[in-house]
Design a protein around this ligand. Structure first.
Ligand code: SF4
Ligand code: SF4
Length: 370
């Protein structure tokens, strides 16, 4: 059962941990905890977003359930993270999306936005669904200006909402301190993000159950992270080609945007599929069951976006291209719309928490982790 008041329970957990300190070498959560004497909500939100849910500290804990203290740090931190996603959400009334979003709502949203794309294509083509053959003419299906207006508008809205949430998170985590991160703080945090080294917990690797440790979860996270970044790079290079050089899509199979997109697309097939597979094998005590739907909808939308992207590449010279393009664009739009109201925020807040941790470590001279 999730705790009715995750903040009050988190305060209890961190107070016990701060007296015990057995896990202080496992990850940044414990050294950051030791820098505090008490745990206000903003402290707990910071610590929770530092936690990578590796699970190591649950199996090390002599106070874990069924002990009366009931210490389960991974679950407590997961519950507080979910609380923080809602607390920093804008506009506030959409914060319930974090509670109600699940695989079904993700699929329904994708289906709805595919229908919107069909409508947009029909409007742009005077009521006729185009079937271009032989030249992969994407803009013959949906004009470039319409694509830019639609995806640019939704993309800008999502970035603005993410920025508002991040600003609120950063304000609370910094606690009014005005100093900025140095280049070495940023480099250290970026290194932690790109290597995901804290997913290794105490250094052995991510446990899926007591006495079961394997690097698979970390590898699938890597595939997902780098897949997303490569797809973003592919879209950025394509935009540069179009806007600066006037080179129109579709680009040759050996071109930079296509190669980046193929590498990213592979990552976004392997990573999400692997993470979904591992979910069923992981000890349920390590996670927050209330976030299952949130995780699965994000993973599913990433997978569908990538799969339809691959299908578009495979069929771009065929008549079926226009139908595949519409499905792909609808999936991408669903992903864009849900970015600020789904699991994607976890990457944003965690990165900010790691930057703050690098700043704190520099100031206190304590790094603490292996
Ligand atoms: S998780 Fe358990 S063993 Fe680890 S510091 Fe907290 S109370 Fe101690
Ligand atoms: S990252 Fe791992 S060791 Fe650290 S608090 Fe989270 S679950 Fe525990």
């Amino acid at each position: 059962m999730p705790h009715a008041d995750p903040i009050a329970h988190g305060e209890h957990v961190m107070t016990v941990c701060n007296a015990c300190r057995y896990c202080e070498q496992f990850c940044p959560v414990f050294p950051a905890m030791e820098n505090r004497l008490s745990f206000a909500e903003t402290d707990l939100v910071y610590l929770a977003n530092l936690c990578h849910n590796c699970g190591e500290c649950l199996y090390a804990c002599q106070y874990a359930p069924p002990h009366e203290f009931g210490i389960n740090v991974p679950r407590s931190m997961a519950e507080i993270r979910a609380h923080s996603y809602e607390a920093y959400c804008w506009p506030t009334f959409l914060s319930s999306a974090f509670r109600h979003h699940n695989l079904l709502t993700g699929l329904v949203l994708a289906a709805g936005l595919i229908a919107v794309m069909v409508g947009a294509v029909l409007i742009a083509n005077e009521g006729v669904f185009p079937r271009p053959v032989g030249h992969g003419d994407f803009y013959g299906v949906l004009p470039h200006d319409v694509m830019v207006a639609l995806f640019g508008g939704v993309g800008l809205f999502s970035v603005a909402v993410l920025w508002i949430g991040l600003s609120r998170f950063w304000r609370d985590v910094r606690g009014g301190e005005a100093n900025s991160p140095t280049a070495s703080d940023l480099a250290r945090a970026l290194g932690d993000v790109l290597t995901l080294r804290h997913l290794q917990g105490g250094g052995v690797d991510c446990p899926s159950a007591e006495d079961q440790r394997a690097p698979l979860r970390r590898w699938f996270h890597h595939c997902t992270l780098y897949g997303f970044l490569l797809c973003f790079a592919s879209t950025s290079v394509a935009a540069l080609y179009h806007l600066v050089f006037g080179w129109l899509a579709p680009y040759p199979y050996g071109s930079l945007p296509v190669l980046l997109g193929m590498a990213g697309g592979a990552g976004l097939l392997i990573g999400p599929a692997g993470l979904l597979m591992l979910r069923g094998r992981r000890d349920p005590a390590l996670g927050d069951p209330g976030q299952r739907g949130l995780d699965e909808s994000f993973i599913a939308l990433l997978f569908i976006t990538s799969l339809t992207g691959w299908l578009l590449l495979a069929f771009r010279e065929r008549a079926v291209m226009s139908a595949v393009l519409v499905v792909h664009l609808g999936a991408v739009l669903a992903l864009f719309v849900t970015l600020p109201y789904g699991k994607f925020v976890h990457g944003i807040y965690r990165t900010a928490a790691l930057i703050n941790y690098a700043m704190e470590s520099r100031r206190t001279g304590r790094h603490g982790t292996r």
